[in-house]
Design a protein. Structure first.
Length: 239
């Protein structure tokens, strides 16, 4: 059986990227382990060279693989150390637990930045969007997100009906650097209501920022019920 499994959702290049990335982050491809050449991946996935090249290039930009003309493409030694911070896709997490993922766009507006958001100048165009993610019928995450339209112009006309904002960005917009802050806090009333909690109950909050070079791409504040979510990282000596 192949070590790489496509999830059947979204563009083929994004599916290949997730399949390879999952194998790296879970250790099925060890640090320094060889990624099959593009010709083998084309045959394995039934995809064009351009599609496979795009998927591998995205992994390289994210630091999960290293490309070497002589040695070929290998899993980065640092990749496993990123696992606890790599917020791939809440939908994938829910499906991996054997549940059905559903999402609701609660608000979706375009507005100018105020000058203190995402280190953008005042007036820079933003999309502001709030999404609720559910596992079966149980609320699991409230996603409050800002998208810099100068970095992701396609978001200006995207409805996010087919894929939620975080997943759409992963599939369509490159990023080179990410920063995460994780903390516990009391859920405000607006979030507690959406997550089926009481105001003041413990919530786990992940704040994620990404850049493409020096250009901010997105800021997301991800709220989770404290008793329904955990982040797990597994590390080897020297990582």
């Amino acid at each position: 059986m192949s070590a790489f499994v496509l999830d059947g959702e979204g563009p083929m290049h994004a599916q290949i990227r997730r399949a390879l990335g999952s194998a790296i982050l879970t250790g099925r491809i060890a640090p320094g382990g060889r990624i099959p050449p593009e010709s083998e991946l084309m045959a394995l996935f039934g995809a064009s060279r351009m599609t496979v090249h795009r998927a591998v290039a995205a992994l390289a930009a994210e630091g999960l693989v290293r490309r070497n003309r002589r040695a070929g493409t290998v899993a980065s030694p640092e990749a496993r150390g990123r696992a606890v911070f790599e917020i791939w896709d809440i939908g994938a997490e829910i499906r991996a637990a054997g549940q059905q993922h559903r999402f609701e766009i609660l608000s979706h507006t375009q507005r100018p930045a105020t000058g203190d958001e995402m280190d953008l100048p005042a007036g820079a165009p933003l999309v502001a969007i709030v999404t609720r993610h559910l596992a079966d019928a149980t609320p699991m995450q409230v996603e409050e997100r800002l998208i810099n339209l100068d970095a992701a112009p396609g978001a200006a006309t995207e409805s996010f009906a087919a894929a939620p904002p975080g997943r759409w960005l992963l599939d369509h917009v490159p990023w080179t650097e990410a920063e995460h802050a994780i903390h516990a806090t009391a859920a405000p009333a607006r979030v507690a209501k959406l997550l089926g909690m009481k105001a003041g109950d413990a919530a786990l909050v992940v704040e994620r920022r990404t850049w493409n070079g020096t250009t901010p791409v997105t800021f997301a504040r991800l709220w989770h019920p404290g008793d329904r979510h955990r982040l797990v990282g597994r590390f080897s000596a020297g990582t």
